[in-house]
Design a binder for this molecule. Structure first.
Ligand code: CP
Length: 341
């Protein structure tokens, strides 16, 4: 894949060597993400950060990643603050915003909308989530986290067993992660969801065609007994016709420390793209797991900055120049040596 000037819209664009390239560049970003050093390699560049659907970590980590490379960020958050509410088309919005920006990140509730926007954009567009379709940068940061967590345990990505849990029908992060895991060898994936919320058949079929051993389950405890990673997800309430319909499924697959201790192998890594729904009727990852050293959810969010820095550096063709525009920080740095303890 030629990253320079490319749109990043789907995991379908990636081969294994492309993922290796992103991860190698992300590794090099660590001193900058930890504020041990500052780089100004993207000085003068502007990111248009366009989020037409709720977001905390994707929006802010894209912006932080761009700032950490020395660029400026301009944001729109929500339809109500954009001219889309006046009837402007996505294509016209793309034509306008790509005149202001050097790269654009976008989230939108309609599947395929970010690709439609990109087709009219004069600058690279990164998909920050298009409805229930895909969330490719989340999958990359998830796999980057898996790689780091398993390296600490002397393991590689090849040969891993992963349980994906929750609303697999609407969860765009598992759609993208399933595709990404398909690039690796001897992968086993257990899909745990209510019957009505299974992973789309097209993704299951493509994973199986790629050689992934996929099984489908509708119960939690026995299905998480022999996996290396449990990847829990939220019931995507915003994709249902009503809150009442989402309530039918909320809280069905709760993981807490007692269940983890009884059923999971020791050191099973616990992941979630976040936000986790911590309301009492959902509580999909209990807060009693917060002191479990295998809970990787906040390492995932920290790793997101590294991976998004890497994608910007690759798409804007500065990955090999980051250190040439660097200097030491002068302020007190509250961070410790690791990204997240
Ligand atoms: N994981 C994720 O997409 O989180 P946000 O919705 O907060 O961006």
């Amino acid at each position: 894949m030629n990253f320079t000037g490319a749109h990043i819209l789907s995991i379908n664009q990636f081969q294994r060597e492309d993922v290796d390239r992103v991860f190698a560049v992300a590794d090099n970003m660590e001193p900058y993400a930890l504020r041990k050093r500052v780089t100004r390699v993207l000085e003068g560049a502007i990111l248009g950060n366009m989020f037409f659907e709720a977001s905390t970590r994707t929006r802010v980590s894209f912006g932080s990643a761009f700032n950490l490379l020395g660029g400026e960020v301009r944001e729109t958050a929500g339809f109500e603050n954009s001219a889309l509410v006046k009837g402007e088309s996505l294509q016209d919005t793309a034509r306008v915003l790509s005149g202001f920006s050097d790269v654009i990140c976008m989230r939108h509730p309609q599947p395929g909308s970010v690709a439609d926007f990109a087709a009219a954009s004069r600058v690279p567009v990164l998909n920050g989530g298009d409805g229930a379709n895909e969330h490719p940068t989340q999958a990359l940061l998830d796999l980057y986290t898996i790689r780091k967590e398993m390296a600490d345990k002397g393991r590689d990505i090849d040969g891993l067993s992963v349980a994906m849990i929750g609303d697999l029908r609407h969860g765009r992060t598992v759609h993208s992660l399933g595709k990404l895991l398909s690039l690796y060898k001897n992968i086993r994936v257990v899909l745990i969801s209510p019957k009505e919320l299974t992973l789309p058949d097209s993704i299951v079929e493509s994973m199986r065609a790629a050689g992934v051993d996929v099984s489908i389950s509708h119960e939690l405890t026995q299905s998480i007994a022999a996996v290396d990673i449990v990847y829990s997800t939220r019931i995507q309430e915003e994709r249902f016709s009503s809150k009442q319909e989402a309530d039918l499924y909320r809280g069905k697959f709760r993981l807490n420390q007692a269940i983890y201790t009884q059923y999971c192998q020791p050191n099973t890594v616990i992941m979630h793209p976040l936000p986790r729904d911590s309301r009492a009727d959902a509580n999909e990852l209990d807060s009693d797991l917060d002191d479990n050293p295998n809970l990787a959810i906040f390492r995932q969010t920290d790793n997101g900055v590294l991976v998004r820095m890497a994608l910007f550096a690759l798409v804007l063709n500065v990955a090999d120049k980051v250190d040439d525009f660097a200097y030491e920080v002068r302020w007190y740095n509250a961070r410790q040596n690791r990204i997240t303890p």
